[in-house]
Design a protein around this ligand. Structure first.
Ligand code: GDD
Length: 437
């Protein structure tokens, strides 16, 4: 196969596997060579780049840490998918559907992939509903280790009787089910009950991607580039990044923004991301008379995310619980990314988000429903640049020390029965994002 070519494998209607075959090894029978036992994991996930979001980031960071000949991804169709897949050194198989569900067809496809690539383990990048396939795959294929990862949406599944049963079945049929925050397991484990092996595996950040941003600081070339790109002027910039959904609290930031402008009329708010609330947030900004003091970037390619953080001197993301706690922020990778850039971070006192901030040390945890509190935290940081810089440095040091993907990968590989590989390549902190910047 020629370098850079892509190919289709494993017949079957409605599926295409793309693989940039640069120096790709022969896959079958590759389990044992040079005396070492080798493993291959099938990752089954609905959420995979180029879609944007926390689960996508999580799965990307894990997938790119496996040895390239030791992983295969089975995921859904998305615009730009095949082009993205060609940049990856491992095969990605896309079903002909934008939402991958545990249908008989999907099970058959997973069985075929496990057989074809001789996989000995399966990781469900998001536990429900795809983890429902675990029991069948265990009894019908050569895969013997199954791990499912929970994020934030599982609280919803845990809260309703019918869907709770689904979560239970997944948890009990996998060798381990992972959780991203203490807040989450405190609620999920009682709902699931006995018979589940809960293991912490929180999201993390590839801090080296943001080294340049942190080193340059708010006056550096990246910050100037960002100011030019989004027309941010010369005043202080506050960044708020994340999918535009109600729970993320961009509406409260907009409501808080007048208070900030009252003290800092030159300040600019940069709202990054796309989502169903895009139109109503723009309307809200207009109805509040915020005019050109608020910039919406829309969804950005991953390479541009660091530029967005570079623009800011404060990051704000007041996610709030909704539907009586059934919809929460499980943790929040954007807070870690902002901290890695050396920004002080303001988060909401709901869900797992407070676990990403050391109160008054790396930022502030505030009432996410209160525009007054959110505004006060922003003003406090803008009015004391020395404190903001100190918090930014502390946050960056903390994420570098405690929030690396390498440690999470080691947890996952061990759970998947790949512990014997861990001294090999793939266990470092340098995954895909290491080259994405
Ligand atoms: N490329 C791109 N473009 N990426 C973006 C954009 C954008 O416009 N906006 C956000 N992102 C990226 C961020 O850089 C980050 O890596 C990710 O999308 C967002 O992750 P989270 O902040 O964690 O939010 P989420 O709601 O999408 O993620 C869910 O899963 C996470 C992982 O378990 C939530 O449950 C989170 O709480 C959880 O941390």
């Amino acid at each position: 196969m020629r370098r850079g070519s892509s190919h289709r494998v494993v017949g079957g209607e409605g599926h295409a596997t793309t693989w940039r075959a640069a120096g790709a090894p022969e896959l079958r029978g590759a389990r044992r060579y040079a005396g070492a036992v080798r493993h291959r994991t099938l990752i089954i996930t609905n959420d995979f780049p180029p879609r944007q979001g926390g689960i996508e980031t999580f799965v990307r960071e894990m997938a790119t840490r496996f040895p390239a000949d030791g992983v295969v991804v089975y995921t859904s169709r998305t615009p730009g998918g095949p082009d993205y897949d060609r940049t990856l050194p491992f095969p990605v198989d896309r079903a002909d559907t934008s939402v991958l569900l545990p249908t008989p067809q999907a099970v058959r496809r997973a069985q075929a992939l496990i057989a074809r690539y001789d996989c000995d383990s399966v990781w469900f990048g998001s536990s429900v509903p795809l983890g429902l396939m675990a029991a069948t795959l265990r009894s019908t294929t050569g895969a013997s280790r199954f791990v499912a990862t929970t994020h934030g949406h599982e609280l919803w599944w845990a809260g309703l009787p019918g869907t709770r049963q689904v979560l239970r079945r997944v948890a009990r049929s996998c060798d381990a089910i992972t959780y991203i925050a203490d807040y989450m397991v405190d609620r999920l484990a009682p709902a699931v009950g006995p018979g589940a092996n809960w293991v912490k595996m929180s999201p993390a950040v590839e801090a080296s991607v943001f080294d340049e941003v942190a080193a340059e600081g708010p006056g550096g070339p990246l910050a100037r580039q960002a100011r030019r790109r989004w027309g941010l002027g010369e005043g202080p910039v506050v960044v708020c990044a994340g999918r535009l959904v109600k729970r993320k609290g961009q509406d409260v930031v907009l409501q808080a923004w007048r208070r900030v402008l009252a003290r800092y009329p030159e300040a600019r708010l940069l709202i990054v991301g796309k989502g169903p609330q895009a139109a109503s947030l723009r309307e809200l900004a207009a109805s509040l008379g915020l005019g050109r003091t608020v910039r919406f970037t829309g969804g950005l390619p991953w390479e541009s995310m660091r530029l967005a953080y570079a623009a800011g001197s404060v990051f704000v993301g007041p996610s709030r619980n909704r539907y009586h706690g059934l919809q929460v922020e499980g943790l929040g990778i954007v807070y870690l990314e902002a901290a890695a850039c050396g920004l002080p971070v303001v988060v909401g006192a709901d869900g797992g988000a407070p676990e990403t901030v050391r109160q008054a040390e790396t930022g502030f945890v505030v009432d996410p429903t209160s525009p007054r509190d959110v505004g006060a935290a922003i003003v406090a940081l803008l009015s004391d640049p020395a404190m903001a810089a100190r918090m930014g440095r502390a946050g960056r040091a903390w994420v570098r020390e405690a929030w690396g993907w390498g440690e999470r990968y080691r947890t996952l590989a061990t759970l998947l029965g790949r512990g014997d590989e861990l001294s090999d390549a793939g266990t470092s902190d340098g995954g895909a994002s290491g080259s994405a910047a």
